[in-house]
Design a protein around this ligand. Structure first.
Ligand code: ZN
Length: 481
C-alpha cells in the first residue's frame, strides 16, 4: 500500500470536485474511486496522473458529497501546515520580538488547530514536549494520534498563547496550572479546558474540548436499547435510590447520566446536579460546577443542593467516603441520586464503596443499580472475516478484523456503547450485608441474570460489530474467569 499522504497530495479536494471522485481504496498498482458519474475521460486523466489502473465504484451525488466532506476534513491540515511553514520561512523564531509581532499568526494557528480538532470530533489536543521539539497529538474516538511535530520555540509561543486565553500565568512554568476558555465556532460557544504540567523536558499541555454537539442525549444517541434499555427504565422509574454509572475515563459515564436525568425532567420536580466540569448544559436543570480551589468540592456541593429541596439529583463523581455517605443517605431519604464511580465492572462498584469506608448496611439500603459501560470502536463494512482461536473465550471463532476503504478511519467508523447493568435485588442486597467476597458476589450476580461486558463483547465479535483488539483494549483480562 502506498503512503496515504501521497494520495492526498495527488488527489486533493479541488481535483476530487473537478473529477467528481473521492478516493476509496488503493494498492501498488490499482486505485478505486467513488464517483457519481462515470466518465472514460476522467478514467484516462486519473490513469495519467496516478500511473495506476483506475476503477470506479458508483454512489449517489449526495453520498459523494458526504464522502468528500468526510475524507478531506479528516486529512486537510494544510491551513495549519502553511502557517507553520510561514514561521520557519521568516525565521522569526530566533528574534526576541517574534511573539509580539506575530500575535495574529499565533492566534490563527491556535484557531486552526481548534477548528481541525472540532471538525474531527476530537476530545483532546496534547502538546507533548519531546527532546528538542513538541509533538501535537489529538484524541479522536478514544485513540491518540500524532498530528504535527513543532519546533520547540514555536510550541512555547503557542503554549503561552493558550495560557493567556485560559487566564493562566504564562510566566510560570514550574507548577501545574489549569483553566478554561470559550471558543466560538459557527456561532456556538465551545468550552475548552486547559491543563498544563511541567515535565522533564519542558511542559505538557492538554486541551480538552467539551463539544456538546458530538453526542445526542437520547437513548439512541448513547446506544441504549433492547434488554439494557428495559433494565435502565426499571432503575430510573424508582422513586428513590442511588444509581451508579461506572467505567474508565472516556467511557461515556457522564453522557449516560445526563441523558437519563433528562428523561426524568418534568415541571413538577426539581433536578439539581453538581459536576466537574458541567459538560452539557440542560435547560431546566440547576447545575453547579465544583471549584476545589475555592473549597467547593463534590461533598460540599452535594450537601448544599440537598438543602435546596431536590427530587432527583446527580453528583458527577463519588471520590471519597464523605460524598459516598452523603449520596447514600440522600437516596435512603427519598431522593433518586445518580452518580459515577471508577471501577471496572458493575459488581465491583459495591466493593469500591466498601473500600472507601462506607458501611455495608448503607450500601445495601441505598444502592439500587450499577450501569457499567465502555465505548468500543465499530468496524466499518470493509471488515475482513477470519477464523481464529481466541484465548479470552477459549474458543475458535469466526471474527472480523479492520479492512480499509475511503469511507472509514483505518477500518473503524464511530463507536458503540456496551453495557453491563446490575439491578440490586433482595438476594444481592442480603449478600452485601452478609459481607460476601467479590468473587462469590460476581458469581451470584451472574445467577441473578447479569450479562457481563465480556459476554456482550463476545456477541459483538461474532456479529462483527467490533474487533478483538477493541475487546482487549476495553476489558480487564487478568483475573477474569
Ligand atoms: Zn471501511
Amino acid at each position: 500500500m502506498i503512503q496515504k499522504n501521497n494520495i492526498e497530495q495527488e488527489i486533493n479536494k479541488e481535483l476530487s470536485i473537478k473529477y467528481r471522485i473521492v478516493p476509496y481504496k488503493f494498492d501498488q498498482d490499482k486505485m478505486i474511486f467513488w464517483t457519481d458519474k462515470y466518465s472514460s475521460n476522467t478514467k484516462e486523466a486519473l490513469k495519467v496522473l496516478t500511473k495506476k489502473n483506475i476503477e470506479f465504484k458508483e454512489c449517489s451525488s449526495k453520498d459523494l458529497y458526504d464522502l468528500r466532506q468526510k475524507y478531506y476534513s479528516k486529512t486537510d491540515i494544510s491551513n495549519i501546515k502553511s502557517i507553520i511553514d510561514d514561521f520557519s520561512d521568516e525565521k522569526i523564531l530566533n528574534k526576541r520580538q517574534g511573539f509580539e509581532n506575530n500575535d495574529s499568526k499565533i492566534i490563527r494557528l491556535v484557531n486552526y488547530l481548534l477548528d481541525y480538532a472540532i471538525a474531527n470530533k476530537a476530545s483532546d489536543i496534547h502538546f507533548d514536549a519531546v527532546d528538542g521539539a513538541s509533538l501535537v497529538r489529538i484524541r479522536i474516538e478514544g485513540i491518540l494520534r500524532d498530528l504535527l511535530k513543532l519546533d520547540r520555540s514555536l510550541s512555547n509561543i503557542l503554549i503561552n498563547r493558550i495560557k493567556v486565553l485560559a487566564k493562566l500565568d504564562y510566566t510560570v512554568r514550574n507548577i501545574p496550572q489549569d483553566g478554561s476558555f470559550s471558543y466560538k465556532k459557527d456561532g456556538k460557544n465551545i468550552d475548552i479546558r486547559v491543563a498544563v504540567v511541567p515535565t522533564i523536558y519542558s511542559e505538557k499541555l492538554v486541551l480538552r474540548i467539551l463539544n456538546r454537539d458530538n453526542v445526542e442525549l437520547t437513548r439512541q444517541g448513547i446506544g441504549l436499547q433492547g434488554r439494557n434499555a428495559e433494565l435502565v427504565s426499571k432503575l430510573i422509574r424508582q422513586p428513590s435510590g442511588l444509581i451508579l454509572s461506572v467505567g474508565p475515563t472516556g467511557s461515556g459515564k457522564s453522557t449516560t447520566l445526563i441523558t437519563l436525568l433528562k428523561e426524568l425532567k418534568s415541571p413538577e420536580i426539581n433536578i439539581m446536579t453538581v459536576e466537574d466540569p458541567v459538560e452539557y448544559k440542560v435547560e431546566g436543570f440547576n447545575q453547579i460546577e465544583i471549584n476545589e480551589e475555592r473549597g467547593l468540592d463534590f461533598n460540599l456541593g452535594l450537601k448544599s443542593i440537598l438543602r435546596l429541596d431536590p427530587d432527583k439529583l446527580m453528583v458527577g463523581e463519588i471520590r471519597d467516603q464523605e460524598t459516598a455517605r452523603t449520596a447514600l443517605r440522600a437516596s435512603i431519604t427519598g431522593r433518586l441520586v445518580l452518580s459515577s464511580l471508577h471501577t471496572n465492572d458493575s459488581p465491583s462498584a459495591v466493593y469500591r464503596l466498601k473500600d472507601i469506608g462506607v458501611e455495608e448496611y448503607l450500601i445495601s439500603a441505598g444502592l439500587i443499580g450499577v450501569i457499567s459501560q465502555r465505548l468500543v470502536r465499530k468496524l466499518c463494512d470493509c471488515k475482513v472475516k477470519e477464523r481464529k482461536y481466541v484465548e479470552l473465550y477459549d474458543e475458535t471463532m469466526d471474527i472480523y478484523k479492520p479492512g480499509s476503504c475511503g469511507k472509514c478511519d483505518m477500518g473503524y467508523t464511530g463507536r458503540i456503547a456496551v453495557y453491563e447493568i446490575l439491578l440490586l435485588n433482595d438476594r444481592l442486597k442480603e449478600a452485601i450485608n452478609s459481607g460476601m467476597g467479590l468473587i462469590e458476589f460476581k458469581r451470584l450476580c451472574k445467577e441473578e441474570g447479569l450479562i457481563s461486558l465480556k459476554e456482550s463483547m463476545k456477541e459483538m465479535l461474532k456479529e462483527g460489530s467490533t474487533s478483538l483488539d477493541e475487546v482487549y483494549k476495553n476489558i480487564m483480562t487478568i483475573g477474569e474467569k
